[in-house]
Ligand binder design. Structure first.
Ligand code: NAD
Length: 405
């Protein structure tokens, strides 16, 4: 195959063209599996940013009809507008609150998709709330939080849901390396603070927290980790981080990164011991790791500043401590940076495209209903493609090549 994908011509947007130049795995997959999408209606909930625009553009070029909405607070308006101008049905805006987000989800479902690509479980929850959706073949779910949510429901989907995050490959390349780099980048963009020498605590040492902790440490921060899982805590210790109980670490923390994906991790007891001046950034999918009611109850004033995506809220507490919350703890790599690095998303979105295509073919026919990992054959094939891509010498233009497979 040729060394690089053609930039999707239909989306007139510099950042999307730039992303497309660095997404050869997805382009290759769409050449080999794109026929699966011809004539399909696809409902998507995913962060609206240039890498998503590349995927959507490929799907549309393959003959699919796409209805897209974003996740709360992360939509990049310029990208959404470029997709709309290219004829894609894009629903919603960055400023949408959770109520509007629910309406956006309903609009996507009203398009009666054959296939669903979900992020956080919102579309799939909507299907179940409607008592099912005739004609729906199956769905993919992008993230850890969505996978956990779906598996926790009493009523399970009666269609297959491939949880992309259950791919070994995605956890390694995207969650660990991709999230690590982009979260620290977003934090630096939002604060202009110095990382070397700072005291940073990362809560949750799953692949995402691990990437963040390791990136901070490489930059010279003094990193501490709190994880309730002793195996994960041990991993952090072996990687050279200080490990401890969260409440013991907080009084000495300057920069706090929340990567558990669970609600209320910073509750009343934790708020009471946070150090004065702590800056809090969200990594997990939902902006719920700080108990906002407990924080609001302790605040005597809130000062808001910063531009869109880089909002800072300075909470002054009754005991005179100040706690600074960035972008309401929404994912800082999406609000204050450009999301995960392009190559990491090339991999994740390739797993998405392969999994969506598999739902329509004989692999899909063999899938059972409910949440399940990416089929092992797909994971392995994509891993081999990535190894091949990263191993080759750059071509004369300084870009990676990739042979046909
Ligand atoms: N920002 C992004 O771009 C991005 C990308 C991928 C995933 N995510 C999200 O990041 C979050 C983490 O993803 P992951 O794959 O690392 O998840 P994971 O579930 O593998 O790891 C979370 C860790 O948090 C720990 N934990 C849970 N509750 C805790 C508590 N109260 N105190 C301390 N530790 C606690 C768990 O033991 C676990 O080790 C999820 O919400 C995921 O959806 C974000």
């Amino acid at each position: 195959m040729s060394s690089l994908p053609a930039a999707p011509r239909s989306v007139d947007h510099d950042d999307t063209r730039w992303a497309a130049r660095h997404m050869p795995l997805l382009a290759h997959t769409m050449r080999t599996h794109g026929a699966a999408f011809a004539g399909r209606r696809i409902g998507i909930c995913l962060h609206i940013e240039p890498k998503t625009a590349v995927l959507v553009s490929h799907l549309v070029q393959a003959g699919a009809q796409v209805t897209l909405t974003g996740s709360p607070g992360t939509t990049q308006e310029e990208t959404a507008d470029a997709l709309r101008a290219a004829g894609v049905d894009v629903v919603g805006h960055r400023s949408d609150d959770l109520e509007q987000h629910r309406r956006n989800i309903a609009t996507v479902l009203d398009s009666r998709p054959d296939l669903i690509l979900d992020n956080g479980g919102d579309l799939i929850e909507g299907v179940l709330a409607r008592g099912g959706m005739p004609g729906l073949i199956g769905a993919t779910e992008e993230t850890t939080t969505g996978g956990l949510r779906i598996r926790s429901w009493e009523t399970q989907p009666d269609f297959p849901v491939i949880v992309i995050n259950d791919s070994r490959l995605k956890l390694l390349v995207e969650n660990e390396y991709g999230v690590g780099q982009s979260v620290v980048q977003g934090f630096m963009n939002a604060t202009n603070l110095m990382i070397p020498g700072s005291r940073a605590t990362v809560v949750g040492y799953g692949p995402c927290g691990q990437g963040v902790a390791d990136t901070l440490a490489h930059l010279g921060a003094r990193v501490a980790v709190a994880d309730t899982d002793p195996y994960r805590a041990l991993e952090a210790l072996m990687a050279g981080h200080q490990v401890g109980d969260l409440r013991d670490l907080l009084p000495r923390t300057q920069l706090l990164f929340l990567a558990t994906g669970r609600p209320g991790v910073i509750g009343a007891a934790e708020l009471d011991v946070l150090a004065d001046g702590t800056v809090i950034a969200g990594v997990g999918h939902m902006p719920w790791e700080v108990d906002s009611e407990a924080l609001a109850a302790r605040a005597v004033s809130v000062e808001r500043s910063g531009s869109s995506g880089q909002e800072r809220e300075v909470y002054r507490l009754a005991d005179d401590r100040e706690i600074i919350v960035l972008a309401g703890t929404k994912m800082i790599n999406l609000t204050a940076a450009k999301g995960n690095p392009i190559q990491a998303m090339d991999l994740g979105l390739t797993l998405q495209a392969r999994s969506l295509a598999a739902l329509t073919d004989r692999v899909g026919n063999a899938l059972t209903a409910g949440a399940q990992p990416v089929p092992a054959t797909i994971d392995r094939q994509v891993a081999s493609g990535l190894v091949e891509l990263l191993s080759v010498e750059p071509d004369r233009a300084g870009r990676p090549g990739m042979s046909a497979r």
